[in-house]
Design a binder for this molecule. Structure first.
Ligand SMILES: [Zn+2]
Length: 101
């Protein structure tokens, strides 16, 4: 397939096409996106996401994290009000998981 890295640059093993999950953490917000096609080295585990897909994923996750930060700010007071009487529930915590299916 065009543009795909078929040999691992770390250990020269042939890579395999797989679906991977990429985790991001920015501004204290964690996001994980799964179902991303990538060439993966079966020996050392190095992952090569095609650059066009990687760019789109990073753009989308960045916008999603920005929107999540805005949501956190907007709902901060109300979430604290709802959760303050419940030990173990942390109102400053909100995690995102994005998946293709
Ligand atoms: Zn390798």
């Amino acid at each position: 397939m065009k543009g795909l890295i078929t040999t691992c640059s770390e250990c020269q093993t042939n890579t395999e096409l797989r679906e991977i999950t990429v985790q991001f953490e920015r501004k204290g917000i964690k996001a994980a996106m799964s179902g991303i096609p990538a060439m993966v080295c079966p020996r050392c585990g190095q992952e090569y996401v095609p650059s066009d897909i990687a760019g789109d994923v990073i753009d989308t996750v960045s916008r999603t994290i920005d929107a999540t930060e805005a949501l956190l700010k907007r709902t901060d007071h109300r979430r604290r009000e709802l959760l303050q009487d419940h030990q173990g529930l942390a109102p400053e915590r909100l995690e995102l998981a994005l998946a293709s299916r």
